[in-house]
Design a protein around this ligand. Structure first.
Ligand SMILES: CC(C)(COP(=O)(O)OP(=O)(O)OC[C@H]1O[C@@H](n2cnc3c(N)ncnc32)[C@H](O)[C@@H]1OP(=O)(O)O)[C@@H](O)C(=O)NCCC(=O)NCCS
Length: 228
């Protein structure tokens, strides 16, 4: 179910959704949720001290992760991971796991200004933001981010928890392993495979497969020096 197609699946106001994280990415997720019909009630959880009782774009911050224990009692049914953390993807996985452990359903979200083919698949909790395009035959994994203006061409397979940063472009048939990050503006040539938890630097042009855990940068992309 996604926020954009929720009215076909459930009464318009039946979904009550928590956004886990009220920072920068949380705001962009909220922008998509507020723009798309289908969510009756929204709340934000934020672990930053002093944020409880404040609001983000008019949506109340209800507390930190402690609120998850009573989310169901409070009537919340769904959640979206609102943490972007391009340099720390395991954090996004941990946030997602907390939402699932609390018994909430991950809600897939499409900004109404994104174009997602009806012949593409979106995993639970995947987020497709404004001006992004997901073309036919593509499959986007659970909790993946297709960030602003990113392009996922036909027949790509994007693993769970992947972050496709703004304006990156996966050409046809690219496969991206779980947990990988494709940096802003990067281009991945058709048919290339990106291994699990790999990082492609912003602006790179990837023309060869990248191994699991690999870090590549530049044009053409080459392995980055290991951090000293
Ligand atoms: C690749 C990346 C993860 C490296 O970050 P880092 O581990 O902190 O690395 P550093 O900034 O310390 O840079 C290490 C080296 O890589 C180089 N480098 C960093 N980013 C680079 C890039 N995008 N292209 C080419 N070289 C890059 C640095 O110049 C430095 O080179 P040096 O060792 O010769 O001095 C980061 O630069 C990046 O591109 N992240 C993606 C950002 C993004 O898209 N965010 C989206 C948020 S929504």
């Amino acid at each position: 179910m996604s926020a954009s197609d929720a009215p076909r699946d459930a009464p318009r106001d039946a979904i009550a959704c928590l956004v886990l994280g009220g920072g920068g990415h949380g705001k962009v997720v909220l922008e998509a949720l507020l723009a798309a019909p289908g969510v009756g009630r929204l709340g934000v959880l934020d672990v930053r001290p002093g944020t409880r009782g404040q609001s983000v774009m008019g949506v109340p911050i209800l507390g930190d992760d402690g609120f998850l224990a009573r989310a169901g009692v409070e009537g919340y049914t769904h959640f979206v991971c609102g943490v972007g953390a391009a340099g720390d993807n395991p954090r996004r996985v941990a946030v997602f796991d907390k939402g699932v452990a609390a018994g909430l359903q991950p809600l897939a979200v499409c900004h109404p200004a994104a174009v997602v083919s009806s012949h593409a698949g979106l995993g639970a909790g995947a987020v497709v933001l404004a001006a992004a395009v997901v073309n036919p035959g593509a499959a986007i994994g659970a909790n993946a981010i297709v960030n602003t203006a990113a392009v996922v061409e036909h027949d790509c397979v994007v693993g769970e928890h992947v972050h496709l940063a703004p304006r990156c472009c996966l050409l046809g048939g690219v496969k991206v392993g779980a947990g990988a990050v494709i940096g802003a503006g990067a281009i991945v040539r058709q048919g290339v495979g990106i291994g699990e938890n790999a990082v492609v630097a912003a602006g790179a042009v990837v023309v060869r497969d990248v191994p699991a855990g690999g870090r590549v940068a530049g044009i053409p992309a080459k392995a980055m020096r290991p951090a000293s």
